[in-house]
Design a binder for this molecule. Structure first.
Ligand code: NIG
Ligand code: FE
Length: 433
């Protein structure tokens, strides 16, 4: 059992024992950076594993028999909260690195129109889509939005997620974007997991600015970003860079403003059409998300960098698309790939990371092992949290997910059913059964 130097205080210790499979996701010592290529398959599986946590951190990881021999544990065992994981799989808490939880209601008209044959773009052009979610958010009180976000975070945890990136983006006025970020902050303070907030003021051009998108971009750059940064309401700025949303030039302006105000950047890229990615790399984006359309030259450039390609197959599934992002091409070329839900009312109304993992296996031909690494350690890299999240190692945050299955491959296999029984979020155990 490898043990960190700090000795645990018994009253707050938590011990998971007898895990049939404990997926540590620990990397070989020489390897750093997000997982790529064959590294994405290395899960560091321990049989009959144990994890000891204290004060919200992992202090030791190893075989159960070694853990139980530990003199400190022998002395204090009665004061330790113990979770028996016999016959279960324990893995790092899932990291959902792309979600849009600040919305009010579902978009059922869009859903029906698509079933009748309309495309996502047709619906948006006809006044549906993102723009049709704005009014309700603008009218909502912050507390009502926060309540929606808390419910989503709790549902996510019930499916194994312990770290969530949460975007604004359904207000699209200065006040309602700041209100959305405040709602995220408020919800985060009421949930034991970790939330990373992103300003997505550049989701679409709202109809008040139709034909003068530059004026709206200036509001994003000169008002939303500075105010969100000053109040520390967001760590990242995101842009939906695509046809019908923002151009590459506008995206560069917004990225420059974000950097100027000390915020990191990420973007929705290549969902509907290809954008050349090279010019954005000087902003050191944490991730490019969707990536359905990407050219060979950009794939070669991304293979040399830590910018993560975050794939969100829930969106392809829900839009009823035949094509999915070419995960095999990306992975086999050495691009670091993560998986996320893209939880939102328009393209991906799911909070389930296991569902995203299942779609990754069946529709993008990722192996179950690759899906696990993409949903944990590479999600942590996509949020620049890999020093704290995404693997089970001494010193990292005590974020764990327990699934009632014998083999980790069952997590993506049993689609549409939830087998998560416990999560540990920053050391706080939550039972879901
Ligand atoms: O990631 N494409 C941009 N944003 C979301 C969809 C938002 C919506 O339709 O409400 C996405 O798919
Ligand atoms: Fe999205």
């Amino acid at each position: 059992m490898s043990t960190a130097t700090r000795r645990p205080h018994p009253s707050k210790a938590l011990l998971l024992v007898n895990a049939g499979q404990l997926l540590t996701l620990r990397a070989a010592p020489a390897k750093s950076g997000p997982r790529r290529g064959s590294g994405l398959k290395e899960l560091g599986v321990l049989k009959d594993g144990a994890v000891l946590c204290l004060g919200g951190k992992i202090v030791s990881v190893g075989a159960t028999r070694d853990a139980l021999r530990d003199p400190w544990l022998k002395k204090h065992r009665k004061k330790v909260i113990e979770i028996d994981c016999a016959g279960k799989v324990v893995l790092p808490g899932l990291v959902d690195s792309h979600t849009h939880p600040v919305f009010v209601g579902p978009r059922l008209v869009d859903f029906e129109k698509r079933i009748e044959g309309a495309s996502y773009e047709d619906i948006a052009t006809a006044g549906g889509g993102i723009r049709s979610s704005l009014e309700a958010v603008r009218k909502s009180a912050k507390n009502a939005l926060a309540a929606k976000v808390v419910t989503a975070l709790q549902d996510m945890a019930a499916h194994g997620t312990t770290t969530v990136e949460a975007k604004s983006g359904y207000g699209l006025t200065v006040e309602s974007e700041l209100k959305s970020l405040e709602a995220i902050k408020d919800a985060a303070s009421r949930w034991p997991g970790t939330v990373v907030a992103t300003l997505l003021g550049a989701h679409v051009v709202p109809k008040e600015f139709k034909g003068c998108s530059q004026k709206y971009v200036e509001i994003v750059c000169k008002e939303m970003i500075p105010r969100a940064a000053r109040r520390k309401l967001a760590q990242f700025v995101d842009v939906f860079c695509d046809q019908g949303a923002f151009t590459a030039e506008e995206t560069e302006q917004i990225f420059a403003a974000a950097k100027q105000h000390g915020l990191s950047v990420r973007a929705h890229m290549g969902q509907l059409s290809e954008t050349v990615l090279g010019p954005f790399l000087r902003f050191d984006p944490a991730s490019f998300d969707h990536m359905d359309h990407v050219n060979e030259g950009d794939i070669a450039q991304l293979a040399k960098r830590d910018t993560v390609a975050t794939l969100v197959p829930g969106a392809n599934y829900f839009l009823g698309l035949k094509e999915y992002p070419n995960a095999r091409r990306l992975i086999d070329s050495g691009v670091p790939v993560a998986l996320a839900t893209d939880y939102n009312p328009g393209t991906s109304p799911t909070i389930s990371m296991p569902m995203a993992m299942s779609l990754a296996c069946t529709h993008m031909k990722m192996s179950p092992a690759e899906a696990v690494a993409a949903a944990t350690i590479n999600g942590a890299w996509a949020l620049r949290l890999a020093d704290r999240k995404g693997s089970i190692e001494p010193g990292k945050d005590a974020d764990l997910a327990v699934f009632d299955v014998n083999d980790y491959r069952e997590i993506p296999y049993w689609f549409g059913a939830n087998h998560c029984t416990e999560t540990v979020l920053n050391g706080v155990p939550v039972s879901h059964r």
